[in-house]
Design a binder for this molecule. Structure first.
Ligand code: NAD
Length: 319
């Protein structure tokens, strides 16, 4: 059976995709290096169930390592690459742009090149809302990206979309780039705001709020993102970019209130200066994804935070 290769499959979004694809009987190969950007223990836990499935194959290694990746492509016939491995996170990219360029840039080109050489029929790339940078043209439309990223992370994500396009143009590689808007839910990365704030509030510690709390995000529940990714795997496109968001914006203070309500504990907020690399708003126009991809987000922020906190209490408190 031909496999779906998921890079970064032990991470937050990747491990949910793994579970979804295994559940429908797919053969899944994961490439992940279990680096310590956050605790590798969490990543092993993410794939605990998958490791018991005979259709699941783990290849531990680094996407910067071309010979390693080449061995993986030789070992398994692959029908689709879903490329999610990356250094994620805006602020650390400001501290270490070279690492971001190496992992996100070179790592992605390695995968595109191997997809070309091994004639993989389809490549799905996990891009980001950060590609839009600062813009007052809200909600963001796919074709209105000004190419003015404001962090090294965002620059690598946009550059990868462009490299995908070059591979499509030159070699006919079929590519779908999915721009994820702040994803949350069970297994969310521990340094992302919802998870970090929940833990700090739960432990009675101060939470850092950069700016005055009015910054807005389009928070997208993990199940909705997975529905969009699976649709991108299943449908046939030449080269397309889709926003995957909820198309609902929530400001930071409202988000904190929702976490407080669901945890039943008050937040102690420490206001700090706005951080370089951050943007004041993300807001997805999802009409293209709805129409062409059949994307259909279902979980509003109130329900999603409820589900997240319930997972946190049951499974993440003691990690
Ligand atoms: P994550 O950090 O949980 O997952 C990424 C995985 O990639 C990790 O398991 C990590 O070990 C692996 N990885 C990193 N560098 C690697 C390397 N050099 N070689 C092999 N594996 C490597 O992050 P996530 O939140 O699941 O994000 C997945 C993708 O979605 C990323 O590409 C990210 O840029 C993108 N994205 C995420 C969000 C979000 O809100 N979570 C928003 C926009 C875009």
């Amino acid at each position: 059976m031909e496999a779906i290769l998921i890079t970064g499959g032990a991470g937050f979004i990747g491990s949910h995709l793994v579970d979804n694809l295994l559940a429908r009987g797919e053969k899944v190969v994961v490439v992940d290096d279990f680096n310590d950007y956050y605790s590798p223990k969490i990543k092993w836990k993410n794939i605990e169930q998958a490791l018991k499935n005979h259709n699941f194959h783990l290849e531990q290694g680094d996407i910067r390592d071309f010979p390693f990746l080449e061995r993986v492509f030789k070992r398994y016939p692959i029908k689709c690459v879903v490329h999610l491995a990356a250094r994620a996170g805006v602020r650390p990219s400001v501290e270490d742009p070279i690492l971001y360029e190496e992992v996100n840039g070179v790592g992605t080109t390695n995968l595109l090149e191997l997809a070309r050489r091994f004639e993989v029929p389809k490549f799905v790339y996990g891009s980001s809302s950060s590609v839009y940078g600062y813009t007052d043209q809200v909600p963001f439309k796919e074709d209105a990206c000004a190419d003015q990223p404001v962090s090294p992370y965002a620059a690598t994500k946009r550059a990868n979309e462009l490299m995908c396009h070059a591979y499509h143009h030159l070699f006919g590689l079929k590519v779908v780039c999915l721009r994820f808007f702040t994803v949350y839910g069970p297994r969310q990365r521990p340094e992302m705001a919802i998870h970090k704030f929940t833990r700090l509030i739960d432990e009675g510690k101060e939470i850092p709020v950069y700016g005055d709390g009015s910054s807005k995000r389009d928070y997208t529940y993990i199940d909705d993102i997975i529905q969009g990714v699976v649709a991108a795997i299943d449908k046939d496109f030449d080269y397309e970019i889709f926003n995957l968001g909820e198309s609902q914006v929530t400001d930071l203070l409202t988000l904190i209130r929702l976490i407080e309500e669901n945890l039943g504990k008050p937040a102690k907020i420490k206001f700090l200066p706005f951080q370089a690399g951050d943007v004041p708003i993300t807001y997805a126009d999802i009409s293209k994804a709805k129409k062409i991809l059949g994307y259909n987000p279902q979980v509003p922020i109130e329900e999603g935070i409820k589900r997240f906190i319930s997972w946190y209490k049951k499974e993440a408190r003691d990690i």
